[in-house]
Design a protein around this ligand. Structure first.
Ligand code: NAP
Length: 173
């Protein structure tokens, strides 16, 4: 069976996802939801996202109970238990292997370049987006995508400063 990819991302109204190697907000319920949804599933990420999570967590293996697959042109220096993939399809193959007993679902967790690859990948069927109210200054953005290809399946708002809303999307075609 083919692995299904699911994108999970938080973006502002002007599509900002990151600034200076970090996220420009702190959203506790968003982190909780990220943990719940991705729990047990392999996660695919870019080298910079991996490094930003590691720095925050103060460890070289940042996400417990999930296989981390890191995209990079480099081949080592990522620590034990981390799979490195040199191109997107290779990351998907590794994710397919690790997700075979987990409903064949893997999550794509960023950053910008990796979201772009995932949006172009045919078996990316779900997006779990956290829409953060307001505009932000940032240096990384969520890619533009064809909104006609995606249908909203769930929506839940969180009262916080800033306000934010979890929206689930499924690909129509
Ligand atoms: N808001 C959110 O949901 C969210 C989620 C994740 C990250 N972020 C933010 O986004 C920023 C980090 O993301 P980023 O866009 O700068 O970088 P990134 O996508 O995490 O990492 C980019 C690196 O990944 C590797 N890479 C990406 N695609 C590849 C491919 N197809 N084949 C081989 N290698 C590939 C390359 O590594 P090498 O240079 O080693 O070759 C590239 O330099 C941070 O600010 C972070 O906080 C936000």
């Amino acid at each position: 069976m083919m692995v299904e990819l699911r994108i999970i991302a938080a973006l502002s109204e002007n599509r900002v996802i990151g600034r200076d190697g970090d996220k420009p907000w702190h959203l506790p319920d968003d982190l909780r939801r990220f943990r719940q949804l991705t729990d047990g599933h392999p996660v695919i990420m870019g080298r910079r996202t991996f490094q930003s999570i590691c720095i925050k967590a103060g460890t070289r293996k940042p996400l417990p109970n999930r296989h981390s697959i890191v995209l990079s042109g480099k081949i080592d220096g990522f620590g034990d238990g981390i799979d490195v993939a040199n191109f997107f399809e290779e990351a998907v193959d590794i994710a397919a292997f690790y997700s075979r007993d987990l409903d064949d679902v893997a999550y794509v967790i960023g950053g910008e370049q990796v979201f772009r690859s995932a949006l172009a990948y045919p078996n990316t069927n779900v997006m779990e987006l956290t829409h953060v109210k307001g505009t932000y200054v940032g240096d990384r953005h969520f890619p533009e995508y064809d909104q006609n290809e995606w249908v909203e399946t769930n929506r839940e708002s969180v009262v916080w400063t800033p306000e934010y809303t979890f929206v689930s999307y499924r690909k129509t075609a």
